[in-house]
Design a protein around this ligand. Structure first.
Ligand code: SF4
Length: 177
């Protein structure tokens, strides 16, 4: 399928195939095992039994970006960490998705004014699909974000999406450096 990415026109049959792929993908999202700061504690609660992500096929975090199609960025991204976040994102295969979890990641949060080394929004480094604000967001809020992502994945046209992210992101990363 790799050679067909970004190569087919946006017509009915192609869209139908994309829908079928999207349905399969939204039912088996594999998040990456990844956490940065305090928001990660709330994220871990979502993986636990009370919230039961397995209901949505997303309860098995992968230990490598190469097997993950979702990175939840939970916590403060500083300038040093930004390089690692971008590298992890680059190692994920398309289509890949990003949830920005917490005020820090959405726009700098408590560090927005004086945090000289804090990236004021992870969207300056990688493309964000869903923003979940809060300091920290409650597990229910992250669950809501994951459910919204599922809707988005189900609607996705896999082949069209890659063209938007690849070019876009190199520009964003260069601008944030
Ligand atoms: S948003 Fe609040 S809870 Fe989350 S990483 Fe930032 S300071 Fe910590």
């Amino acid at each position: 399928m790799g050679v067909l990415n970004n190569s087919l026109p946006d017509i009915g049959p192609v869209r139908a195939v994309d829908s079928a792929i999207g349905w399969g993908r939204k039912s088996s999202i594999w998040p990456m095992t990844f956490g940065i700061a305090c928001c990660a504690i709330e994220m871990m609660a979502v993986y636990a039994a009370t919230f039961d992500l397995d209901r949505f096929g997303a309860g098995v975090p992968r230990a490598t970006p190469r097997q993950s199609d979702l990175i939840i960025v939970p916590g403060t991204v500083n300038a040093k960490m930004a390089v690692r976040v971008k590298r992890l994102y680059d190692q994920m295969s398309e289509p890949r998705y990003v949830i920005a979890m917490g005020a820090c990641v959405c726009g700098g949060g408590p560090y927005v004014k004086w945090g000289y080394n804090t990236v004021k929004g992870v969207h300056k480094i990688i493309p964000v699909d869903i923003f979940v604000p809060g300091c920290p967001p409650r597990p229910e809020a992250l669950m809501d974000g994951i459910l919204k992502l599922r809707e988005k994945v189900g609607r996705n046209q896999v082949f069209a999406r890659q063209a938007q992210t690849a070019a876009d992101m190199d520009g964003r990363y260069a601008a944030a450096k």
